[in-house]
Design a protein around this ligand. Structure first.
Ligand SMILES: O=P(O)(O)OC[C@H]1O[C@H](OP(=O)(O)OP(=O)(O)O)[C@H](O)[C@@H]1O
Ligand SMILES: O=c1cc[nH]c(=O)[nH]1
Length: 173
């Protein structure tokens, strides 16, 4: 087990991501942000706080639960959380936000779930951790905090002060 991102590095990474997103999406009127429940929301809350600073405006921000759209729903191991999207995504650039990208199945489900709310112009993806060579679907992120080269059997844990008492990213091999 080793720490791959420290508490000191996390705010710097989030700041970099916010600037990078703002540089690529200057038209805030057409850009909205959606954090994925459950654990992507801890990350999206932090990122949106930073985005509000960088844009000097409150960005449109919602949270999406993808449980009912998962391809392993029959296993019944995920408990649905709240979806809250109180704005239109029709014709908008939507940026999905999650903590870890591994097989890509969560993002596949998120794209399906999102389409129930309208037809976006484009859908992008921002992840705090992009695990390399573990994808089971052709899904790639647009904005990445940290790339992690790991074995398929490894586990990456993103810890937050709010839930685990400390911000850090850990690799369990
Ligand atoms: O790219 P994927 O393989 O979908 O994995 C990424 C997802 O895994 C974690 O969620 P969670 O622990 O809720 O889901 P999991 O059971 O799929 O690992 C994490 O918060 C991501 O949403
Ligand atoms: O390593 C992984 C894989 C999926 N989800 C995680 O949170 N970590």
């Amino acid at each position: 087990m080793k720490t791959i991102v420290t508490a000191e590095q996390i705010p710097l990474i989030i700041k970099r991501l916010a600037y990078c997103i703002a540089e690529n999406h200057p038209d805030l009127a057409n850009t909205v942000f959606i954090g994925l429940q459950p654990r992507g929301v801890y990350f999206s809350n932090r990122l949106v706080q930073e985005l509000n600073e960088v844009y000097n405006a409150n960005v449109k921000y919602g949270q999406l639960d993808i449980t009912m759209y998962r391809d392993d729903i029959h296993r019944g191991i995920h408990i649905p959380k709240t979806t809250k999207i109180d704005f239109s995504i029709e014709g908008k650039n939507v940026i999905l936000i999650d903590d870890v990208l591994y097989t890509g199945r969560t993002i596949r489900a998120a794209i399906d779930a999102l389409m129930d709310f309208g037809r976006p112009e484009k859908v992008g993806l921002c992840v705090l951790v992009d695990r390399l060579l573990t994808r089971e679907l052709p899904i790639q992120p647009n904005f990445v905090g940290k790339t992690v080269d790991s074995l398929y059997s490894d586990k990456v844990l993103v810890h937050w002060t709010e839930t685990e008492g400390k911000d850090e990213i850990i690799l369990i091999d």
